[in-house]
Ligand binder design. Structure first.
Ligand SMILES: Nc1nc2c(c(=O)[nH]1)N[C@H]1C(S)=C(S)[C@@H](COP(=O)(O)OP(=O)(O)OC[C@H]3O[C@@H](n4cnc5c(N)ncnc54)[C@H](O)[C@@H]3O)O[C@H]1N2
Ligand code: MOO
Length: 423
């Protein structure tokens, strides 16, 4: 389970741009999970471990796209009706055992294999039944069809030998369907990444426990567990650790032994009771801990022994934002997923906002249509990093880049819908 090299780099007290911190941390991370094969029914959301090459073409044979009549285009008059005898019927799943002859039509149904012709001279066109008139055992075909109409070619969807799925994708319903179409019954996937999580803070209590004055319920661990489950991770839940250096150190050591990665919240700012940083440094190394991101400046990236460690801040909104923009790409990488940056969409800001230069900010917004039908981002009114209800009300985040210092209503801004990141 070796996942980090020992080369580490110390950062001073200045704020590190998010992209730099991520890029440097990513360089020393490798996918650490093993592979297994799972049946298609258990593959949804798993990360594909190997490229998949089609061993059969889809469709496997030329076939009809409609219910109608297979004909030779050259048999049809271009300016008058053509009357052809109907020589046979072919249904899906039941190929004809005889060949079609010129000057005949064959009744054919959607998906049925195109009849073969004599000496390779096969029918090339299918007339839709609504366009023809059946008269006993003959069919009357009007002019105007195009050569090759309504005929589907073998392999026009997938041709045997082509790569249909790329290693590193998170399997979606359509990926699983495509694998099934080529006859596969199972897929090679990476085993789930096991992530240890804990919360820190003397004031934090588990929901359900006594919560005397001065305490708050632990929302972060539950948010994080759900976010991790959404990424297909297994969770080693280490509970809540009090603000004591020795306890956090022991907790980290246990987490490093049990999991592929450690994710915590709280205890990473510079306060006297924030021991997480010191505990990580005592048994590993801290690569960076002050990112130029709001909310969430105190994010710690490091390793405990060789186990990657991500320490998110305590404030519940900061937890979510830094998870999405910092922890998530690292988790994807460790899980074997190929890099995939979520798409940001241009929308019009319906708010004014001032910000400091040189840090990246995320503004919680609701998406609305204005009078012209254009999409606008409306800012959630309260900004605190502890206002978790804002994340419930919002539809997504507006990302303001480091260089931006203000937003005026009407400006086009980059919008990250929660749906892009599985929320
Ligand atoms: N002098 C400074 N003070 C603070 C700074 C700073 O740079 N200098 N940064 C502020 C920012 S920004 C944040 S965010 C917090 C981060 O501090 P910590 O990561 O050490 O987090 P805590 O102090 O433990 O908690 C902050 C806040 O969040 C609540 N919390 C913590 N854990 C949970 C949980 N599991 N569930 C629900 N709520 C939780 C905690 O009660 C605090 O209210 O530091 C600022 N201060
Ligand atoms: O991380 Mo803090 O939440 O920026 O306020």
């Amino acid at each position: 389970m070796s996942q980090l090299t020992d080369d580490c780099f110390a950062f001073g007290g200045k704020l590190i741009p998010v992209a730099d911190a991520l890029a440097r941390f990513r360089e020393i991370l490798h996918p650490i999970v093993e592979q297994e094969r799972v049946p298609l029914g258990a593959a949804l959301g798993r990360i594909l471990a190997q490229d998949i090459v089609a061993t059969r073409s889809v469709p496997p044979h030329d076939n009809s796209a409609v219910d109608g009549y297979a004909v030779y285009f050259d048999d049809l008059a271009t300016d008058a009706d053509t009357v052809l005898p109907v020589a046979a019927t072919v249904a899906a799943g039941h190929p004809l055992d005889s060949s079609q002859r010129r000057g005949t039509a064959i009744r054919i149904f959607t998906g049925a294999p195109m009849p073969l012709g004599e000496d390779g001279d096969a029918p090339d066109t299918v007339m839709m039944q609504e366009d023809c008139r059946a008269e006993g055992d003959r069919v009357v075909i009007p002019p105007g069809i195009k050569r090759g109409a309504n005929r589907r070619f073998a392999g026009e969807d997938i041709s045997e030998g082509t790569r249909i799925l790329e290693a590193g994708i998170r399997l979606r319903p359509q990926d699983i369907g495509l694998a099934a179409a080529t006859g596969l019954t199972e897929l090679p996937v990476f085993k789930p990444l096991r992530v240890a999580i804990f919360s820190t803070g003397d004031e934090i209590r588990d929901p359900g426990a006594d919560a005397p004055s001065g305490t708050v319920y632990d929302s972060n661990r539950h948010t994080l567990a759900a976010l991790l489950r959404g990424l297909g991770c297994e969770i080693a839940d280490m509970g809540i650790l009090p603000d004591r250096l020795d306890g956090i150190r022991d907790g980290l050591a246990k987490a490093a032994a049990e999991a592929d990665m450690i994710l915590t919240s709280g205890g990473v700012s510079s306060g006297g009771e924030d021991h997480v940083k010191a505990a990580v440094e005592a048994q590993g190394s801290l690569h960076s801990w002050r990112l130029a991101i709001k909310p969430g400046r105190p994010v710690a990236l490091g390793q405990v022994g060789k186990t990657p460690f991500v320490g998110l801040p305590g404030n519940p909104v900061a937890v979510m934002v830094t998870f999405l923009r910092v922890a998530r790409p690292l988790i994807e990488q460790l899980s074997g997923a190929r890099p995939h940056a979520p798409e940001l969409f241009p929308v019009r800001a319906a708010f004014d906002y001032k910000k400091k230069i040189d840090r990246r900010e995320y503004v919680r917004v609701m998406l609305r249509r204005n009078g012209d039908g254009a999409l606008e981002a409306e800012k959630f009114e309260r900004e605190g990093a502890g206002v978790l209800s804002s994340m419930v009300a919002a539809d997504g985040l507006v990302e303001l880049p480091e260089s931006c210092t203000r937003v005026k209503a009407g400006d086009i801004v980059d919008y990250l819908p929660f749906s892009e990141v599985g929320l």
